[in-house]
Design a protein. Structure first.
Length: 202
């Protein structure tokens, strides 16, 4: 596996695949950059909501979250492009589109790496990731998206404004899910409450 990644095309493809190709942007952002930002937000968020935590359960949680954040868009190396949220989650056939993309990524992963019955991103992810890990990384994924939009706004670009309501709704939903998990784990929900409050003026 290491040799195929080190000598292969997969990482370079993630450098070349740009997000928001269907929108006008001042600056482009690759899937690699987005994945890095998602991982940064994940690390910082976990340290903020679980300050001073240092035990096997916490360490395992952080490793799982960081790993999922790093590879959450790995299937795009097989699809060779970023598919917009409007397409993937449209109310007409979004579920069908996601299922078809998953099947294609699974077939491409099998061909490139000799893997079977695995979605592209799942090559490096815990196949039975618990809801807490999934929710934390999904929130950080939305945070990376909102960070990009805010940067574009600061540069005078308003072409992404139409996706803000959808982004805010999903971030709020993820915040609530993560907050329930954090409370259960004995962490600080105030960090998430502050994030939810900030969304009201996005």
């Amino acid at each position: 596996m290491l040799e195929k990644i080190y000598n292969g095309k997969h990482l370079s493809k993630l450098d070349k695949i740009m997000q928001w190709e269907d929108k006008e942007t001042v600056r482009s952002e690759s899937v690699s950059t987005h994945s890095y930002k998602t991982t940064v937000f994940c690390s910082v968020l976990l340290d903020d909501v679980f300050p001073g935590f240092d035990n096997p359960e916490w360490n395992t949680l952080k490793v799982k979250c960081m790993n999922r954040a790093l590879f959450h868009d790995w299937d795009e190396t097989f699809i060779s492009r970023d598919i917009s949220h409007e397409v993937k989650y449209n109310k007409y056939n979004g579920e069908c589109i996601r299922d078809t993309l998953d099947k294609y990524a699974r077939a491409a992963a099998a061909e490139d790496f000799g893997l079977k019955n695995v979605i592209g991103s799942s090559m490096f992810l815990d196949k039975a990731a618990d809801f807490g890990v999934y929710s934390i990384v999904k929130l950080c994924d939305w945070m990376a998206m909102s960070y990009f939009i805010k940067r574009e706004q600061s540069l005078g670009n308003t072409s992404l404004n139409d996706v803000i309501p959808m982004m805010v709704t999903n971030m709020q939903r993820c915040c609530e899910s993560v907050k329930d998990f954090v409370v259960m784990m004995g962490g600080k929900e105030a960090v998430l409450n502050k994030l939810i409050e900030s969304l009201k003026t996005f």
